[in-house]
Ligand binder design. Sequence first.
Ligand code: DAH
Length: 347
Amino acid sequence: MLKDQIQSLLAQVEAMQASSAEEIEALRIQYLSKKGEITALFNDFRSVPSDQKRELGQLLNQLRQEAETRINAMREQIANSQQQTANSQLDLTRTPDPIALGTRHPLSLVKEEIINIFSRIGFTVAEGPEVEDDKHVYGMLNFAPEHPARDMQDTFFIEKEPGVQKPTDILLRSHTSSVQTRVMTSQKPPIRVLCPGRVYRNEAISARAHCFFHQVEGLYIDKNVSFADLREALLYFSKEMFGAETKIRLRPSYFPFTEPSAEMDISCNICGGTGCSFCKGTGWVEILGCGMVDPNVLESCGIDSKEYSGFAFGMGVERITNLKYRVKDLRLFSENDVRFLRQFESC
Ligand code: DAH
């Protein structure tokens, strides 16, 4: 009789026990799958006389529902107890997994070393915008209006309206000397600042040139500042950066914003000055430009050139890094190849 079968299955279902997800699944298959025992009763139900259909149909549905409810309840119970064991296995006293640390970029290391060295003789850091105007990058620094540095080949001009190239006086600064003018127009002497930052020039990218690189500018304005002060400051810097045995050499040069101007070489720190392929046999390598701030520059920034004088210098951070760590290809600095960066981990 179908009714007896339903009742005996109901008793079985009510007594179902399982201690794992696999056992629960086995019970589900046994009773509720396509070939399960309860499903089989639904097939038998088709041949039940119609006057019994109502009663037996209800009983069958109750049986199936009971089986489903019990199976779901058992599943939930197992999941809960698994979570509880997982929680009780948490060791809150354990040290966390080490976080993978990145490395400092060699340009940052060298920049900070430069700042550190100059901070010991009283220089503080000043910063200025990378998107600048012509006035601060060239005009106030005594560049003649037709100076070739302004030319499109060197300077990235910013279009005021898309597609309209010139005339525009907004540009990406091509040197950090622009920060000199910002500082001189906003501070009163004595001024002793170091201006580190990124600069841009319209150059084809190669091992030796890039369209952006980094400079550190130095500026010192006070009463009675002389060329000897400049020389002493740079000698001190060179010895601190490259070793106590380092010598310096100043060669006359030209920059619009300094008069007189010079370029500074240090004795080659690879061969010690005897001559090698790095210094092309000369024993010297160039590291920076410098000079006494041109009175025109002081005046254009509102500083009385009869009362004050000063010196300035500018160096390329990539160049110093190359000398210190022998990085010969400029492109390595901006590729973010972690194998390159990891070599500076202990620096
Ligand atoms: N601004 C120069 C350049 O980008 C570097 C420089 C030279 C800066 C002489 C100075 C300086 O302050 O006195 O090539």
